[in-house]
Design a protein around this ligand. Structure first.
Ligand SMILES: Cc1cc2nc3c(=O)[nH]c(=O)nc-3n(C[C@H](O)[C@H](O)[C@H](O)COP(=O)(O)OP(=O)(O)OC[C@H]3O[C@@H](n4cnc5c(N)ncnc54)[C@H](O)[C@@H]3O)c2cc1C
Length: 315
């Protein structure tokens, strides 16, 4: 169900230029594919966000949260309802609780993860190297339990601030949260009364004073390694989850003969077979067809059922 004119007018009246309509999601995703979202709204603060959620709940309208769009494949007909971006109003970083052996840093969900890493380096705080070089936002990284060979964000997270839709904000400590490989698992205990998970407003990170370590040099080394092993084209990172640590999806896809294989402008990277690159004009349909072919062939040849790591949304 598309948004009615009346709803669009109400959003425009309330949010001014921070509500935009019929927005091509290709402009908001790193893969650069995806049809239009009915509306994209960028609340300036928690009060505005609560106003928005009350309005959406009253009208029974669907919504989804958008981070940096670096792990998303939006289908070609786009997204019905409202896409909510916290990039404008939820991007502050601040230090709290300085102890001898730990420092707690708070970052809004819309903060770029790279900005949080730079902040940690500038304040000589260790720990963020587990997500060095990962694009996207703090909110997206928490939802995806983003990580590298060095570890995952769960290892530095002390807690999160959340909004139970429409209007209950609270803090969830690390002990209340369950993480799995590349995801935050919303257990029944932390879902709202209606069974829905909350929106993440920000994260609290417990970092360590870095002593004599040269954090900037460590990050540079990790970034250089990344450039060598990951392609630079338009992508959403790894498409499939690794079935096991000793069985990387990229290796299975490579063995199945897909490196360089192309459907339209969607191509399996020559450098890293678990990346699908949009060579220019790829559509979501091209990418989904390529993913289906890969899954089928890998299943036939290795008896492994690859599961997508990227989130597929829209119609
Ligand atoms: C070149 C490249 C390299 C990458 N390398 C890595 C890597 O090494 N390791 C890794 O783990 N990932 C990697 N990724 C994938 C991606 O960057 C991560 O998953 C990232 O953490 C996603 O963050 P995002 O803000 O872009 O989230 P999005 O893609 O915008 O969203 C991801 C999911 O989180 C939800 N979400 C986002 N914000 C909120 C919020 N505030 N509240 C509730 N739900 C929310 C969205 O609805 C969606 O379901 C890579 C991607 C690219 C393009």
């Amino acid at each position: 169900m598309a948004l009615s004119r009346a709803v669009k007018k109400e959003l425009a009246d309330r949010f001014g230029q921070r509500a935009v309509f019929d927005v091509p999601m290709a402009e908001h995703t790193s893969l650069r594919v995806g049809g239009p979202a009915d509306a994209l709204v960028m609340p300036a603060d928690t009060r505005e966000l609560i106003d928005l959620m009350r309005m959406l709940e009253q009208a029974g309208l669907p919504w989804m949260a958008l981070g940096g769009g670096t792990n998303l494949l939006v289908r070609d007909k786009g997204i019905r309802g409202v896409v909510i971006s916290l990039r404008q109003g939820f991007s502050d970083i601040a230090t709290h609780e300085i102890r001898q052996d730990s420092v707690t840093v708070n970052a809004g969900a819309g903060t770029r993860l790279s900005a949080l890493c730079r902040y940690a380096i500038a304040h000589h705080l260790a720990g963020m190297h587990v997500v060095a070089g990962i694009p996207g936002t703090v909110g997206g990284a928490i939802l995806m339990n983003a990580g590298t060979a060095q570890g995952a964000i769960e290892s530095v997270l002390a807690g999160i601030d959340v909004l139970y839709v429409p209007d209950q904000t609270t803090h969830l400590g690390r002990e209340a949260l369950t993480f799995a490989y590349r995801k935050l698992v919303w257990s029944a205990e932390v879902c709202g009364e209606n069974g829905y998970p909350p929106l993440v407003l920000g994260g609290w990170f417990r970092l360590e004073p870095a002593g004599k370590r040269d954090l900037a040099a460590e990050f540079e080394t990790l970034q250089a390694r990344r450039w060598k092993t990951q392609p630079r084209g338009l992508s959403a990172g790894c498409v499939f989850q690794n079935p096991a640590a000793e069985m990387p999806a990229g290796q299975l896809i490579d063995r199945a003969g897909f490196k360089g294989f192309r459907i339209g402008d969607a191509q399996v990277s020559e450098l890293h077979a678990n990346f699908i690159i949009n060579r220019n004009q790829a559509t979501a349909a091209d990418i989904l067809r390529l993913m289906a072919m890969i899954r089928e062939k890998v299943y036939q040849s290795c008896n492994v059922n690859l599961q997508p790591e990227i989130r597929i949304v829209g119609e």
